[in-house]
Write a protein that binds this ligand. Structure first.
Ligand code: FES
Length: 173
């Protein structure tokens, strides 16, 4: 099983996974925050990548295509510094071609019709007019974590509406 297959399989099994390899320590752990509206939660899906097992990100300027089928995300992860990383949607907002990162220009470039996007995902030239999505990343102890916003029905809403909904703060530290 290669790394991509492992990540996809791990994503499919949801909350509570403790991966036995050094590629991923956990997947599918959602950090849930109490919502002002009962029955709805919002939070982040945390996607960890172990840097030592991701050769594409060993050097500054490297990039890695991360596919997360469970939540239908295709991201481009870029190492912009010794301890800094970017994560953006890989699909161009013009007609959906996969963007590539050009480190010399510090731009994301579309091979189909030559749209250019800056490091914030803002279109700077070419036919694309909408920005591409960007995601928060952190780096700690050799692991890059990408935070994907999620929302949906709250899983543990109390039946008594006077009781605050439970929050499942099973975030792994
Ligand atoms: S699909 Fe990217 S510029 Fe057309």
């Amino acid at each position: 099983m290669n790394r991509r297959e492992f990540i996809e399989k791990a994503c499919m099994t949801g909350i509570g996974i403790v991966a036995g390899t050094s590629i991923i320590n956990s997947l599918g752990i959602e950090t849930l925050n109490a919502s002002p509206r009962p029955g709805i939660f919002h939070g982040y899906r945390e996607i960890p990548l172990v840097l030592a097992d991701t050769p594409e990100l060993q050097n500054v300027g490297g990039s890695y295509h991360l596919e997360i089928d469970e939540i239908d995300k295709n991201l481009l992860i870029v190492r912009t510094g010794d301890e800094t990383f970017l994560a953006i949607d890989i699909k161009c907002t013009h007609k959906g071609c996969d963007l590539a990162y050009q480190d010399a220009a510090k731009m994301f470039v579309c091979p189909c019709h030559d749209s250019h996007f800056d490091l914030n995902g803002v279109p700077k030239s070419g036919p694309a007019t909408k920005p591409v999505g960007t995601y928060k990343t952190t780096f700690k102890s050799g692991e890059v974590t990408v935070y994907i916003p999620v929302e949906g029905d709250a899983p543990n809403v109390a039946k008594d509406s006077t009781t605050a909904p439970k929050t499942d703060s099973t975030k792994q530290k």
